[in-house]
Structures are given as structure tokens and as C-alpha cells.
Design a protein around this ligand. Sequence first.
Ligand code: M1P
Length: 251
Amino acid sequence: MSFADREQPKTICLFDVDGTLTPARLTVSPEMKQVLKDLRKKCAIGFVGGSDFAKQLEQLGPDVLQDFDYCFSENGLTAFKFGKPLPAQSFINWIGEEKYSELSRFILRYLADLDLPFRRGTFIEFRKGMINVSPVGRNCTTEERNEYEKYDVPNKVRVNMVNALKEKFSDLELTYSIGGQISFDVFPTGWDKTYCLRHLEDEKFDKIYFFGDKAYQGGNDWEIYSDDRTIGHAVTSPEDTIKQLKEIFEL
Ligand code: M1P
């Protein structure tokens, strides 16, 4: 299969999901589906999101593998082209059992020695593309989350722990991100949305458009939006995505 049937066979449009193709955590509208169908006559289309494929299936519909040329879940760690799976990658595969054992032992020891007002459970959550570390433990209530955050921020619990990890594991190219209330993420540097671009290399696209709503520094679309390989378009909502597509591609 190829893109020879498209009006612009060397162009692809990539879309973030939440806030770009759908309202955050909700489903795709019939109008968006029609616009994407029309766009697909002009060029290749794909989406790239941080969630897993099951969540994207819920949001974009059961025919998602047929409706998009490329489907990138977890930033492209799980990927499909023309509905067929591409080689997958995982955090454990990347780091290896030995180094992961060293890392997790250091984390658990560090956590054990922390003086915290309270603790719950699940201190390391092992995910496909990262680990998520929580000093208080992930299975705390909403109230406990808020309470923990109030303690963490002024006492710099997570900031200090991240600094200790950076120093101890300076040989590993890891990125640490304190994005939420009770935890921080640890993942290989570069495993943001730009990860998916490696799956496009063999097609040698001339133009890779990217549309995303978090296209600001610190937002999870920033790296791919500002990457030299893409033509980044910041959007404010799915309606804005439709408006911009109609203008650019004269749909
Ligand atoms: O989206 C930001 C973060 O949200 C959660 O963080 P927390 O549980 O600390 O509020 C986690 O899902 C984390 O991985 C994510 O980065």
C-alpha cells in the first residue's frame, strides 16, 4: 500500500487527540470525522497521543485503524500503519532488567528514608513507556492527594528526589517530569511525541503537519510542534482544528 492515490502523496497531517481531535477525554464529533475523511483524499493522516490504544479507540471510534493511515498510542511506542502493527518499544526493554533493578532499589530505599506525614500504597507504577514514582503512593484519595501536594511543594520532596536521581543515574539518558500532584514520571529522553516521527522515516514525507493544543513550552505537544521536521500548528479546540484544516487544504 502507498499514498499514491492522495492529491499530495508526500504530505501527512498528524494530530494530537485530546483538545485537538476531540474535547478532552471525550469522543470525536461526526463533523470532525467528515473533515478527516475529506482530508484523507488530499494527504496521509495520523494521530499521536499519550494514552494507550484502548483509550484512543473509545475516543476516536471502533474503526480507528481503518480511519487513519497511522495510529500512534503512547507517543508511538505502540504504532500502526494501514492498520498493521509496527515494531513496539517499552521502558523495560530500553533500560534492561539489571539497570531497572538498580534504579527501583534506589527509589524504594530513598522513599523508605523520607520523613512524610502519611503514606499510602503503590510507590512505583510500572507503565509501558515510563515509571511513575509517588512518595505518598498512588492509591490515595482525592483529599489525601490535595493534602500531600500541600506538604510536597514547600518541602520540595519530589524536587529533591528528582535531583538525587539525576545525580545517581547521570549515566542514563532519563527525563524526569513533575506534572501532577503526588508523583513524577521517569522516561527515556526523547520519548515525547517526537518518538512517533521515526515511524514515518521510510515514507520520506516532504511535509509533516502537526496540530496540537498544548503547543507551548511545558505542554506535551511542544517538542513535536517545535521540531524541525514538522510544520507545527497550535489549535485552541477541535473546532479550531477544523477551521485551520479547511483553510490550509481548501476542504
Ligand atoms: O498529567 C500529569 C500527570 O498526572 C498524574 O500525576 P499525579 O498522579 O501526580 O497527579 C500522572 O498520571 C502522571 O503520570 C502525569 O504526568
